[in-house]
Design a protein around this ligand. Structure first.
Ligand SMILES: [Zn+2]
Length: 114
């Protein structure tokens, strides 16, 4: 399961940070997930709940911010939002998105601890 390996790596990073700063309990963690990663926020929360159970992260809130996919047109360089369920084209000239400006994120933004 895709989400489980993501949660495992997130927990690893969080644990390292907690140890580094000598904090005992995680209250909330905020992450940014680009739509292009094809990660289901619900599945992510579910996996996090299971992995955090019985640890110093139990009960922590996983706050997921979804980032839409923004592509840049190969022709006119206009940036536009791509719908992940359809073949989105540039609204100006109908061109394809050449490169992606955002939507591939999978980052920890902030942590709240006690
Ligand atoms: Zn265009």
């Amino acid at each position: 399961m895709h989400e489980l390996s993501i949660v495992t790596s997130i927990i690893g990073i969080v644990r390292e940070n907690m140890a580094l700063h000598g904090v005992g309990r995680l209250k909330k963690i905020k992450i940014q997930v680009g739509e292009m990663t094809a990660v289901e926020p619900e599945a992510l929360r579910f996996c996090f709940g299971i992995c955090a159970e019985g640890t110093d992260m139990e009960g922590a809130i996983l706050d997921i911010e979804e980032v839409p996919v923004i592509g840049q047109c190969v022709h006119c360089k206009k940036e536009f939002t791509l719908d992940r369920y359809s073949d989105s084209r540039c609204p100006e000239c109908g061109g394809e998105a050449g490169n992606y400006v955002s939507g591939t994120e999978l980052d920890i933004i902030s942590m709240e601890v006690e």
